[in-house]
Design a protein around this ligand. Sequence first.
Ligand code: FES
Ligand SMILES: [Fe+2]
Length: 455
Amino acid sequence: MLDKTISVRDTRPYSGYHNRPAPNSDQYITQVMPGTPGGEYLRKYWHPFLLSSELKDLPVAVRLLGEDLVVFRDKSSRLGLLHRHCVHRGSSLEFGIVAERGIRCCYHGWHFDVDGTILDTPAEPETSKRKHNLTQGAYPVREWQGLIFAYMGPIDDLPEFPTYDCVDHPQDNEVVPFRMSMPCNWVQIVENGSDPMHNAFLHAIVAGQQFSTAFKVLPQLDFPETPLGFLSMATRKVADYVFVRSSDIILPNMGQFPNGGNKVDQESVGIRPFLTRWAVAVDDTHSFYIGFAHLNSYNKSVRKMSRDDFGVDKIPFIGQTDNRPYHERQQEPGDFDAVVTQGAVANRNAEHLGTTDRGVVAFRRMLANAIKDNETGKTPIKPKIYHHGPVSTYAHEIVLKIPEGVDLSDAKKLSDFGHQAAMAFVEFDGLPPSERELAVQHKVKSILESMSTTR
Ligand code: FES
Ligand SMILES: [Fe+2]
């Protein structure tokens, strides 16, 4: 599965001939097509795939998990997601005519409801049983906060549609949808979020000042598990402050990320992430990340933004697409350039991981275990299934002034503080958002004070 044969490297200079990459033989966690273990696992979850604003009065052809589909809103405002090719003789329903109820194929007029039921086969004789013994393939669809989601698994396993605390936050909450195309496998997108060290190098030290200068400080890393997956954490001592930045990695393909603009010059403890996003597979070698930007006062105080900055292939950070001149991408590369050039499916047999890749390893292990559980008929333990209300999530930022008598110059101590502080977000995850924020603030401050050597 994920085991690799450790190859012996030739360490002489100019040893290219002797060190050519091993072939990419391990696709267990990356395959998304129907019938593959990974594809069947992903089909057990709801995935967003389109902005509501992209779906107007005409059908839209989409490709998801290697299947060609068409989505439309009928004239009664009901959403349908159908196999793209008509069950009669295969014409594409992207050229179907949207009806009061469902959609009608342009070729011979077969009429389908949003759930795939055949309402009419007008070219067939009255006595035809065709419409009773066939259906057009269809998948359940949900719309939430400006995104359209699909469930593409077995209908008997249809899961509850989960909502999330940060997106449904009761106060000071404006969520703005976006979707960004990535011509590579979906796992690379999640791995990028599981790798906080790249924030220091790609976004601050090597490629350009894309995040705040605080990110130049090399962090202590930690990857504690949560009920949903794990936190991808970086803890830094920045001048007189301690700065914890933790992203949610939520199985199978969701993540939440604080913004990169925190200057670390005033205290704050925020549960709210800046981006909530899913890495969704189009097929094995094409994906997109899609989700919400949170334009609340917390994030807007760090970075100036408006709704118009987000949309389809539009997000206000450098390096998230290939639509810059090539030489500019070379001069100041961003996430797109780093992640997509790992390969259409990154060759994990040719990698040589370091100790700071622990988050990437953790994600691969959890993903492989979840796929294996699904393959053997078990329900994966992560993400924890919640009922009754929004799912509590864990992404956060903490900036606190280091009190007198507390010395966080020791790496281990700094890391311990970050870990304990993050666990406070897990400890209070049963509280409503505002109460939880207060409880965590209180706890985190007392953890920091308790680290004083003069007490
Ligand atoms: S191909 Fe669709 S009705 Fe004939
Ligand atoms: Fe990044």
